[in-house]
Design a binder for this molecule. Structure first.
Ligand code: HEC
Ligand code: HEC
Length: 198
């Protein structure tokens, strides 16, 4: 009996803690916010849990190279975005990144893959920016690839590279929630005025 507390602590430490960052609430969780603008901004903040996850940020840098892993270390080997966000001649992204994830023969880790595979343009870079800045940028057709809000919804809800965030290959943790919930949140955010957090 007197060993029980210690065992409990050991069990708690072994289980991976579920952090708020790991979960994604759907639009229903925001119904109690009466003010529509506040509700909209709160839902974008929830969307932000996905946008600021390393699975997305590693490909949405503001600089010249992608990053890797949950600690977002520099891409190894070093690669640059090049003129088309697709690498330098002879070292394009698809030299190594195939149409799907490839588990390494060692059994540990994988080379991520999807067709297409390239860096998001600089204008869509998110690393180091506040959620308010990211939100304003995502709504701006001058910077978001000429998209209106419906096209942003389509991208969040159906784009394959976004979907890769929940199927990132062996050795990588997925983005919080699911692409389906991300789509529902984006729909509800737009329908409530697409308000950015302050
Ligand atoms: C392999 C790299 C890669 C990954 C991983 C990635 N993206 Fe992107 N993302 C891109 C590229 C490339 C574009 C530009 C595509 C275009 O304009 O057609 C883009 C564009 C976008 C856009 C369009 C609007 C804008 O202003 O950025 C959104 C929204 C977006 N990505 C969301 C995400 C989310 C959410 C994730 C993570 C779940 C993610 N992306 C992961 C490469 C990536
Ligand atoms: C010479 C091979 C090679 C080239 C070229 C290359 N990559 Fe990679 N990349 C890798 C490998 C291998 C990994 C996996 C590393 C790991 O997980 O330890 C990786 C991982 C990544 C990741 C990390 C995903 C995550 O969330 O952890 C991103 C993002 C990425 N590459 C983007 C790119 C982009 C964009 C280009 C082109 C500009 C590119 N890579 C070119 C080999 C390459």
């Amino acid at each position: 009996m007197k060993h029980l507390p210690l065992l409990c602590i050991a069990a708690l430490m072994a289980a991976r803690p579920v952090l708020a960052q790991d979960t994604l609430s759907g639009p229903d969780a925001f119904e109690n916010i009466a003010d529509e603008s506040q509700r909209s901004a709160a839902m974008f903040t929830e969307i932000g849990k996905v946008l600021t996850n390393p699975r997305c940020l590693n490909c949405h840098p503001v600089g010249n190279s992608p990053t890797q892993g949950d600690d977002m270390h520099p891409h190894s080997p070093p690669v640059v975005r090049g003129d088309a966000d697709f690498g330098a001649p002879g070292m394009t992204c698809n030299t190594c990144h195939g149409p799907q994830n490839v588990t390494l023969t060692s059994g540990e880790g994988s080379i991520p893959g999807h067709e297409p595979w390239s860096l998001a343009p600089v204008s869509m870079g998110w690393v180091g920016k506040s959620l308010a800045e990211i939100c304003t940028q995502i709504k701006d057709p001058e910077r978001n690839g000429g998209r209106d809000l419906e096209a942003i919804y389509e991208h969040m809800a159906t784009d394959g590279l976004v979907g890769w965030g929940w199927d990132p290959g062996a050795g990588r943790s997925p983005a919080p929630g699911s692409q389906d919930v991300l789509g529902q949140l984006t729909r509800a955010w737009i329908d409530t005025g697409a308000v950015c957090p302050g």
